[in-house]
Ligand binder design. Structure first.
Ligand SMILES: Nc1ncnc2c1ncn2[C@@H]1O[C@H](COP(=O)(O)OP(=O)(O)OP(=O)(O)O)[C@@H](O)[C@H]1O
Length: 280
């Protein structure tokens, strides 16, 4: 059974379709990233899968259940990261996580979880005293307190500093690899998507434009590396799929006259821009 199975998903608000015909699946322990410009339909998709929005058409199964009819037992298997804990400002970090854990059969130990998300030095602090990034880490901790089979992360690292981001990436990989948690995340950070995701789905205007591993997308769509160099002070640039052979040829031909050689590998960003347009 697929963890998520979406076929022909449509969503209409009033007279406007914001999801046209979205289909995809994820297997157990897979990290799938939804990428796409503002308004592409990423949050709408996630909220339908979480059971917070009712779709207009199509079939959706999440852990074998239609989210529109998901019960409490089903919901307890999902990790949902909300930003709705602001009103618990007077609670302390450990206290809130221990409290929420009691709703689940096999929750994380609060201290282990706090350590996992890197909030150990804030365990006894009140939530209202946390910084923005620390609150996001707490949001993630709350999302995984029940050891979910499937975790939804909607732009999880917004507002993280580079160290927190790095730690968070390690956490996501650990959840997927060691605990076999399936993870569906949205992000605007292409570097994050290529590091974290086993598979990427590019969504624009409510349609799936492409999907594949980060490498597949980069190779299929962007394809070529950029080679820059100078000969006798004159700059040159060439796009090639064979950058190593090209560089070798340059040296064979021009020898020591070649300077400032740079090879920029095709990146996911190139593929993304080629697909969704660079002028947005
Ligand atoms: N409740 C609503 N009523 C009407 N239109 C809505 C509603 N919620 C979302 N939309 C529209 O649906 C489209 C998709 O929005 P959605 O939030 O899913 O995009 P997104 O890909 O998550 O964007 P972002 O990257 O900006 O977060 C947008 O055009 C948005 O204006």
């Amino acid at each position: 059974m697929e963890t998520i199975d979406v076929r022909g998903l449509r969503m209409r608000y009033g007279a406007t379709d914001v999801l046209h015909d979205v289909s995809f699946t994820t297997g157990s322990g897979e990290v799938l990233a939804l990428l796409g410009p503002n308004g592409a339909g990423k949050t709408t998709t996630i909220e339908i899968l979480e059971g917070f929005r009712i779709r207009s058409a199509g079939t959706v199964a999440v852990l074998g259940v239609d989210p529109a009819r998901g019960d409490e037992v089903w919901r307890a298997k999902l990790g949902v990261v909300l930003q709705s804990w602001r009103d618990h400002g007077k609670w302390r970090v450990r206290e809130l996580l221990a409290h929420l854990g009691r709703y689940y059969a096999d929750p994380w130990d609060a201290d282990e979880l706090i350590e996992l998300v890197g909030l150990s030095d804030r365990a006894d602090h009140k939530i209202k005293t946390l910084s923005g990034g620390q609150r996001r880490r707490l949001d993630v901790a709350i999302g995984i307190v029940g050891r979910p089979e499937l975790l939804f992360l909607d732009e999880p690292t917004t507002g993280f500093d580079p160290v927190a981001r790095h730690a968070f990436h390690a956490l996501v990989r650990r959840l997927a690899t060691e605990l076999h948690t399936t993870i569906l995340l949205t992000t605007h950070d292409l570097d994050e998507a290529s590091k974290l995701a086993d598979r990427i789905l590019i969504l624009a205007d409510g349609r799936v434009l492409a999907s594949g591993t980060p490498d597949e997308l980069t190779r299929q769509i962007a394809g070529r590396d950029e080679v820059r160099w100078r000969v006798g002070g004159t700059p040159y640039v060439e796009l090639t799929g064979e950058s190593t052979a090209f560089a070798r040829e340059l040296f064979t031909r021009y020898g020591e006259a070649v300077s400032d050689l740079e090879v920029r590998r095709a990146r996911l960003e190139d593929a993304y821009l080629a697909l969704v347009g660079g002028d947005r």
